[in-house]
Design a protein around this ligand. Structure first.
Ligand code: AMP
Length: 497
């Protein structure tokens, strides 16, 4: 496995990498870093969570070190590297990582994205920054306001390029690229190499080196995927049952609409679960607060739309639920990429309702696998079954076929327990980590220490998740991130928000 020491990184960068605790390079880093250091353009396909940010940031910072200086003059700190991303959250996340990698250098970095006041961004830009991370729309606004000039850019990174095209950023990208010097290095990263991406690369990249470390649309081998047949009216109950039975610490729950997202968050909150919602109608401030609350363990469930599906690196998300199956099968891959990141094991549970057949077959096509849809068994039914099956030998064939696990939920291992991973078990209950046919994929996980790191919960072990505590609805404990329903005295019926 390649070590960072083979790269001969500048001591300032090597120190930052060592402090991050990285022991060896991930495959995308091993392939991309030497190419970027050599000055070539790159067209890279890499799964989210593969260490892509360091793969472009470290060599880029190394090459910019020749410009570092301690002058206070803005003219001595022109933008030399531009990193463009499709969403505010991603831009924020990448900028934070760049800051960490550059912390022992005199290179400055900043991030600009929409939904925030332009003034503080303007002040930072005017002081001068070498590395600018941005979303396209806000960057154009700053260019137009003459807050930034890009005529000394040497490196441009188009990250999650396919997503930028999906969102309709192509005209903005073309405009931004027209402000950059022709003589530069361009790095393009995309989950897929679609015809549009190839066209974009053909127009803006010069003789790029193609790096493909994971097949596009491949899901991480550390994620166990399960599909349960659940009617719309039972989904909430199913969610709570699975959370509880598997002793899951925290989870992302994906829904398809903003309204559905707000509604689900509210009703789970009323059930006493610590929940927050993240969707496109929330202000940027609310979105960042929701992510922070989740990251710090202040909430257990992040109910979100696909705005949170891409690239967000929140470590240690034990599980992802597709409360609604995504309309676009590629989003399935991105959603479940929120769990099982950086080698940790993860569970992805999808609820399939009667009208979802076409969506299931789209996912089967993209995964190139047949999906087993399991019947949902609820905890109360499960307890009855468990007491019956306790009287039988748990290896009895019928148990296997029907998927009854004779242990009580309490006896089951928490999901981060090493032994509960893999394909040893074949039961069909929601708590059977090896239940899915995909479980066996974990056996083929790369033998790389990076991918073998055990799961460490961000929530302290002594702090039980809200579904462990809340047996009864606790309508009063509404979190700071959800506005309580307005109480209307008098004759009107309260309105659904
Ligand atoms: P990314 O794909 O850039 O979002 O990175 C995913 C996560 O992997 C981030 O939390 C990084 O800090 C982490 N990471 C990146 N490179 C390495 C490495 N070589 N070893 C261990 N973790 C890494």
């Amino acid at each position: 496995m390649s070590s960072f020491s083979n790269l001969q990184l500048a001591p300032e960068l090597a120190r930052a990498v060592a402090e991050m605790g990285y022991e060896s390079m991930t495959p995308i880093q091993a392939e991309a870093i030497p190419v970027v250091l050599s000055g070539r353009d790159v067209m890279g396909a890499a799964q989210t969570g593969t260490g892509k940010t360091a793969a472009f940031s470290l060599p880029l910072l190394q090459r910019l070190l020749k410009h570092e200086n301690t002058s206070t003059s803005p003219a001595r700190h022109p933008v030399r590297a531009l990193v463009l991303l499709p969403t505010r959250e991603l831009a924020d996340q990448v900028a934070q990582q760049v800051k960490l990698y550059a912390q022992y250098t005199n290179l400055r970095s900043a991030v600009v994205f929409g939904g925030m006041d332009m003034k503080p961004q303007t002040i930072e830009l005017k002081k001068g920054v070498e590395v600018l991370v941005a979303t396209p729309g806000r960057l154009l606004a700053h260019i137009e306001a003459k807050n930034v000039v890009l005529n000394q850019v040497e490196y441009v990174v188009l990250d999650e390029a396919d997503r930028m095209l999906d969102i309709g950023f192509l005209p903005d990208l073309q405009r931004i690229l027209s402000f950059l010097p022709k003589q530069r290095t361009t790095l393009l990263f995309s989950a897929t190499f679609s015809t549009e991406i190839k066209r974009l690369a053909g127009s803006y990249l010069q003789d790029p080196v193609t790096i493909e470390v994971a097949r596009p649309n491949e899901t991480a081998s550390t994620v166990i995927q399960q599909f349960f047949s659940v009617g719309d009216e039972d989904k909430r109950r199913a969610l709570k049952s699975i959370l509880k039975q598997n002793k899951i610490g925290q989870a992302f729950v994906f829904v398809n609409s903003k309204l559905g997202c707000a509604r689900l968050a509210r009703s789970l909150e009323q059930d006493g679960l610590k929940t927050t919602a993240l969707h496109g109608d929330k202000s940027q401030d609310e979105r960042l607060k929701a992510l922070e609350a989740f990251k710090s363990g202040g909430v257990d469930l992040l109910i979100c739309t696909d705005v949170a599906a891409r690239g967000l690196d929140i470590k240690d998300v034990p599980a992802v639920f597709n409360f609604d199956l995504p309309f676009n099968a590629e989003d399935y891959v991105h959603r479940i990429g929120r769990t099982g990141r950086a080698g940790a094991s993860g569970l992805a549970v999808s609820f399939v309702s009667a009208s979802d057949q076409r969506l299931v077959s789209d996912i089967e096509k993209i995964l190139k696998k047949k999906i087993d849809i399991l019947p949902m068994e609820f905890e109360d039914e499960f307890r009855r079954d468990a007491s019956r099956s306790d009287r039988r030998d748990h290896r009895e064939p019928r148990d296997r076929v029907e998927g009854r696990d004779s242990r009580t939920p309490r006896e089951r291992r928490p999901f981060h327990d090493e032994d509960s991973r893999g394909a040893k078990e074949h039961a069909h209950t929601p708590s059977s980590w090896g239940a899915s046919r995909y479980a066996s994929r974990s056996n083929s996980a790369p033998k790389d220490p990076f991918f073998d790191k055990p799961y460490e919960p961000s929530v302290p072990a002594d702090q039980a998740p809200s579904w462990e505590v809340a047996e009864k609805p606790a309508a009063r404990s509404i979190s700071a991130n959800i506005k309580p329903k307005r109480k209307v005295a008098a004759l009107f019926k309260s309105e659904e928000v």
